[in-house]
Design a protein around this ligand. Structure first.
Ligand code: ADP
Length: 199
């Protein structure tokens, strides 16, 4: 099983590139943002609680996110791979993910960081906010989402870099070009895994 963590700020293109990876490699796209939005849409008590965080641009508490993410992930144990889009978002989440996956013999195979300059991020998010239909796509909340990213999520980059696992890819180029680079990196590792198994 080949599991990918796709890491990056709001607007970096994680969702788009996850879709591309999923289509080509058959990996299952798990977006915590999407999972949480689906729960909000259902209008359950837990959805109502989740919306209080999402609509303000804050992180949803770890226990809720982990429970919901794992509920989804475990449905796909037989899949060739999983793409974690938007998870982990804190070092604590990263450690918990690793523990849970290891127990089930589903290790993280690679961590891709999609890097995009701040101005471009704002431009993209503000642009898509017009018709995204997302309750958190308002200027004030967008600003808070970036702050949350800087404070809580960015330290993760160092965490993965120190482990020597971070694959940094520029997300500034056109979607196709970014995907080409991601694809190359995945193929390299997939081939490497194949060779290791042969030995
Ligand atoms: P973006 O990365 O563009 O902000 P997402 O769809 O990934 O959008 O996330 C939307 C919101 O969902 C976040 O602002 C946060 O409130 C919540 N969320 C998503 N992933 C997590 C997570 N791993 N931990 C806590 N909250 C999360």
């Amino acid at each position: 099983m080949f599991n990918i963590i796709l890491f990056g700020p709001p607007g970096a293109g994680k969702g788009t590139q996850s879709g591309n990876i999923s289509r080509e490699f058959g990996f299952v796209h798990l977006s915590t943002g999407q999972i949480l939005r689906n729960l909000i849409r259902r209008g359950t008590a837990s959805g109502e609680l989740i919306s209080k965080f999402v609509d303000r641009g804050y992180l949803v508490p770890d226990d809720i996110v982990l429970r919901e993410l794992f509920r989804e992930a475990l449905k796909h144990k037989k899949s060739p791979g999983l793409i974690f889009d938007g998870f982990p978002r804190t070092v604590h989440q990263a450690v918990m993910l690793e523990n849970l996956l290891e127990k089930r013999d589903m290790p993280v195979s690679m961590v891709i960081s999609l890097d995009v300059e701040q101005d471009e991020l704002y431009r993209r998010i503000m642009g898509r906010s017009v018709d995204s239909g997302r309750s958190d796509d308002h200027e004030e909340v967008i600003r808070q989402r970036f702050m949350t990213y800087e404070e809580e999520t960015l330290p993760l980059k160092e965490f993965y870099r120190n482990q020597g696992r971070l694959v940094e890819i520029s997300g500034m180029a056109p979607v196709k070009e970014v995907y080409h680079n991601i694809r190359e990196q995945i193929l390299q590792r997939l081939n490497g895994e194949g060779r290791e198994e042969e030995q």
